[in-house]
Design a protein around this ligand. Structure first.
Ligand code: ADP
Ligand code: MG
Length: 258
């Protein structure tokens, strides 16, 4: 069955689009059939990560019922099917968010994964993106204001009674004080990966190719691959924060070694 995974955050600019573009390519390299879709209608840029600058049909046309979803699919040589949103200001103004979840399920019935780049905030655009997904990855920086926004997003998803597979900490530096285990127990969610702050990400966006494709041995690429493996189950060592882990942490101040 196709897994439709929304990549969400509390704040914009934390790395959702970077994660969607790289995880899509990593999963495709692992042999999975993958589509990625830009549901950030007012801040579209997923296509740019794959070199799509001008394209005749976009998610906006699908939502306006001017085109079928299959017409908005652009095949990348990596094997990833990219569904970009429109960069045009007019399209942004005259396209209310529409739930195309059923069309996603039918059009991509042959896919293993559809990764959806969601909008940020609590407005209709974000809620519509959440509505279209079955499960989520929450992206955050390891700093308090971003985490508090991410907690709000977690609460919304909980209201929808949908599953959050885990958290990705992005743009992590050595100076960051909030550590992975603390954040995992705080959110009561597994941390799927810790992506370092690295200027190569910006370069890869300039090159219009996800870093996992043009520099596969880079530490960022290796971490993206590890996250993809955890999502697909290729890596079965997802750290599940159990009640016993939490009790152990409370009593002894550190995580029990298994
Ligand atoms: P979002 O989709 O959440 O708004 P983006 O993926 O567009 O975030 O990333 C926002 C900016 O941060 C981009 O300019 C990107 O180059 C940069 N960025 C993302 N992740 C990293 C990272 N790990 N290291 C350095 N820069 C990053
Ligand atoms: Mg984005």
């Amino acid at each position: 069955m196709t897994r439709i995974i929304g990549v969400v955050s509390g704040k914009g600019g934390v790395g959702k689009t970077t994660l969607v573009s790289n995880l899509g390519a990593s999963l495709a390299k692992d042999g999975f059939n993958v589509a990625i879709l830009d549901a950030n209608l007012t801040g579209a840029n997923l296509g740019l990560h794959y070199g799509l600058i001008s394209y005749p049909i976009s998610v906006h046309d699908v939502m306006k019922k001017n085109a079928a979803l299959s017409d908005a699919v652009y095949k990348h040589p990596s094997g990833v099917d990219v569904v970009p949103a429109s960069l045009s200001f007019e399209d942004i103004l005259d396209t209310p968010p529409v739930n195309i979840g059923q069309e996603i399920k039918t059009t991509f019935a042959d896919k293993d994964y559809v990764l959806i780049d969601a909008a940020t905030g609590l407005d209709r655009e974000t809620l519509n993106a959440i509505d279209m997904c079955d499960e989520f990855i929450l992206v955050t920086h390891p700093e308090l204001p971003t985490i508090s926004d991410a907690l709000r997003t977690k609460s919304i998803i909980n209201k929808y009674e949908k599953k959050i597979t885990g958290i990705v900490l992005n743009r992590v530096t050595k100076k960051d004080e909030l550590k992975k285990d603390y954040i995992a127990s705080f959110f009561k969610l597994p941390v799927l990966g810790v992506v370092p702050e690295d200027s190569s990400i910006r370069r890869s966006i300039e090159m219009k190719t996800p870093i996992v494709l043009h520099n596969p041995k880079h530490k960022v690429s290796l971490e993206m691959n590890r996250i993809a493996s955890k999502i697909s189950g290729k890596d079965t060592k997802i750290e599940n924060i159990t009640v016993w882990d939490q009790i152990f942490t409370t009593i002894f101040g550190k995580k029990k070694t298994k």
